[in-house]
Design a protein around this ligand. Structure first.
Ligand code: ZN
Length: 203
């Protein structure tokens, strides 16, 4: 197994990072500057075609908002992560796809724009892996309110600097993060300035 990083690991602004995690370990994701969305994926460490699935998780949780105590499920309906702690205000998104080149083209970008889909692939390159697809991510700290009539909107995070969530691995897995580079909408704060975030593996 690849050596695991120790201490706080930087997820550089607009970039991706990934690491292997052993069953039972905890992963803390820190919103270092307070307003950064962190797209998060988890894959079965032995078979990347099994991965954390927001669609399957919502079917079991019966909510679109994961909270402390929530179990996150794979596309084979097995627990992969448990939400243990949350000091960020409890607003995370399970509905919105990872941003990609097509999203930015539709928003008017004429040249390449960093995006979470490419960050997943580049993050997994360090453990020497290739994602089988881009599953819908768990968008930590992302504020997508759902109104009573079903409409959604993109809003700035409610999290604060240094706030964090802690997840527990329920199987040996690979976890991947992208510090979302969206700077055309205020999803990473009203300043539209993506920043770094951090994660740490705990015993
Ligand atoms: Zn993104």
């Amino acid at each position: 197994m690849d050596a695991q990083p120790t201490g706080l690991v930087t997820i550089p602004a607009r970039s991706g990072k990934a690491t292997r995690v052993t069953r039972g370990q905890r992963i803390r994701v820190v919103n270092t500057h307070g307003a950064q969305v962190v797209d998060t994926w988890a894959f079965n460490g032995q078979d990347l075609t099994e991965f954390m699935s927001m669609e399957h998780t919502r079917a079991h949780a019966l909510t679109v908002f994961p909270t402390v105590g929530s179990t996150l499920f794979t596309n084979r309906r097995r627990p992969i992560l448990t939400f243990l702690e949350d000091t960020s205000g409890g607003i995370h998104d399970t509905l919105i796809a990872a941003c990609d080149r097509y999203r930015y083209e539709l928003l008017g970008c004429a040249t390449y724009h960093d995006n979470c889909t490419d960050n997943l692939a580049s993050g997994l390159r360090h453990p020497g892996l290739v994602p089988p697809e881009t599953p819908s991510p768990l968008n930590l700290f992302m504020n997508i309110p759902v109104a009573a009539n079903g409409s959604v909107s993109f809003e700035a995070p409610v999290s604060t600097a240094g706030s964090f969530v802690t997840l527990r691995a329920e199987m040996d897995l690979v976890i991947a993060f992208s510090a979302c580079p969206q700077d055309l909408l205020p999803i990473n704060g009203i300043d539209c300035k993506p920043t770094e975030a951090h994660f740490e593996l705990l015993a």
